[in-house]
Design a protein around this ligand. Structure first.
Ligand code: NAD
Ligand code: TDX
Length: 380
């Protein structure tokens, strides 16, 4: 189903009927992958780009990206495509919907994607199935959206000679030992663990192949765990905050010793903006803000910040194949693009996030009961 909303109505009608102008000259490049971090040599991603297609823009990170762009780049034209599955939420685009074009549709729909890509300069590709626990229950939607969906985007980008920024995750690198000083960097070997991370790894590989084989302009970023406003209550931090708000205890998987490298969603998105404006086509950038914390400490911090006893949580069934630790070395991003995170104090960022969930009960309440019912079945 396609829904037209907001600005740029004519543009959208043209796109959907396939009558918009499209550059059909494919770009070729002889360059290939010479190092782990470099897909090919090329020029900056954006140049004169001002028309963005944001896939998955009604999800957590994509919607925050759209809010950031409306504020920081108000002259850019934005079209969002989102299939509005369980993770898509139009309320996440409240306040910006009138300034963008919104298309409800699936990135696996070849015809729809062809028209939308033809009418933009750059695709910022957030759309994916994103939750590890769901991928363990039913991997198929992950194969479909993350692999087939990315294939459709790549083919349209190739056909119309458009640019692509592909959003990926640090989970493609597998996990690290708890007390290992090592961190992931752009040369780390791929070693994904779950159906989620393996389909994300596969989507990255497709992008690499399309750059080398067809010379498309693309960048990839692999970011660590995000937190902040508008994150679905299935994810760790919002789940625990909303459990406390509903008068229940947080739920820690297994021992809670696992470590995640937390970054505020606005810092992830400012890095994405830096990459699409100043990154070199063909490059991979790792995004992280040195935010390593074990899960138990995060739960304790949430509890204390919400006026509860730090020990007032439950241990529940562990996640099968649970990755132990992620950690990002973002030196390349910082040195080459001058990017710096703004949320350097995790406790402050977490406090602001707790406040957002307190103030936006109407956003998360409709999602909560169904999410908890799923967890209950799994003993989590
Ligand atoms: P999310 O689940 O909140 O949002 C994903 C959005 O994509 C949803 O709105 C969903 O409806 C949409 N979508 C899924 N399949 C689609 C399809 N076939 N067609 C159209 N829309 C579709 O996830 P998120 O946390 O915002 O993650 C966004 C991206 O960032 C993903 O690619 C994810 O792998 C990546 N990432 C996430 C994190 C994190 O901590 N959340 C960290 C690193 C990378
Ligand atoms: O209730 C919970 N209790 C718990 O202890 C939940 C939901 C999770 N956990 C643990 C599992 C993980 O060790 O907390 C940690 C974080 O869990 P998630 O929020 O599910 O994130 P993770 O599996 O680390 O993946 C996230 O970061 C990388 C995103 O969901 C991915 O999309 C992203 O690629």
């Amino acid at each position: 189903m396609v829904e037209a909303q907001g600005a740029n109505e004519k543009r959208k009608r043209d796109v959907l009927s396939g009558t918009s102008s499209a550059d059909r000259i494919s770009q070729r490049s002889d360059s290939g992958i010479s190092e782990g971090s470099v897909l090919s040599t090329g020029q900056n991603q954006v140049g004169a780009v001002r028309k963005l297609l944001v896939t998955g823009g009604a999800g957590f990170i994509g919607s925050n990206f759209v809010h950031m762009l409306r504020h920081d780049r108000p002259d850019w034209q934005i079209t969002v495509i989102d299939k509005m599955g369980y993770a898509g939420n139009k309320a996440s685009l409240d306040g910006v919907m009138k300034d963008i074009s919104f298309v409800e549709g699936d990135i696996c729909n070849e015809e729809l994607i062809d028209g939308l890509v033809a009418d933009c300069d750059l695709v910022v590709h957030f759309a994916a199935e994103s939750h590890n626990d769901n991928s363990l229950n039913n991997p198929w939607p992950f194969v479909e959206s993350n692999l087939l969906g990315t294939y459709r985007i790549l083919e349209a980008v190739r056909k119309h000679s458009k640019k692509l920024h592909h959003i990926s995750t640090d989970e493609v690198y597998g996990d690290l030992e708890l007390n290992d000083p090592a961190k992931f960097n752009e040369s780390t070997r791929y070693n994904p663990s779950s159906p989620y991370s393996s389909t994300k790894a596969g989507s990255d590989m497709l992008v690499h192949a399309w750059v080398r084989s067809f010379g498309i302009h693309a960048t990839i970023s692999n970011c660590s765990n995000n937190y902040g406003p508008r994150q679905h209550v299935e994810k760790f931090i919002p789940r625990q905050i909303t459990e406390v708000l509903e008068g229940r205890k947080p739920k820690l998987y297994g021992t809670g010793e696992q470590v995640r490298d937390w970054i505020h969603v606005d810092d992830h998105n400012s890095a994405v903006l830096a990459i699409i404006e100043n990154g070199q086509s063909g490059n991979v950038y790792l995004i992280g803000a040195d935010g390593e914390k074990d899960n138990k400490s995060v739960v304790e911090l949430i509890l204390k910040g919400m006026g509860k006893e730090a020990s007032d949580y439950d241990h529940v069934n562990d996640r099968p194949g649970h990755d132990m630790r992620y950690a990002i070395d973002s030196t390349k991003l910082q040195n080459e693009l001058g990017w710096q995170p703004k949320y350097t104090n995790f406790a402050d960022g977490l406090k602001a996030t707790v406040e957002w969930y307190k103030e936006n009960e109407s956003w998360w309440k409709p999602l909560k009961a169904e999410t908890e019912a799923k967890y209950k079945k799994a003993g989590q």
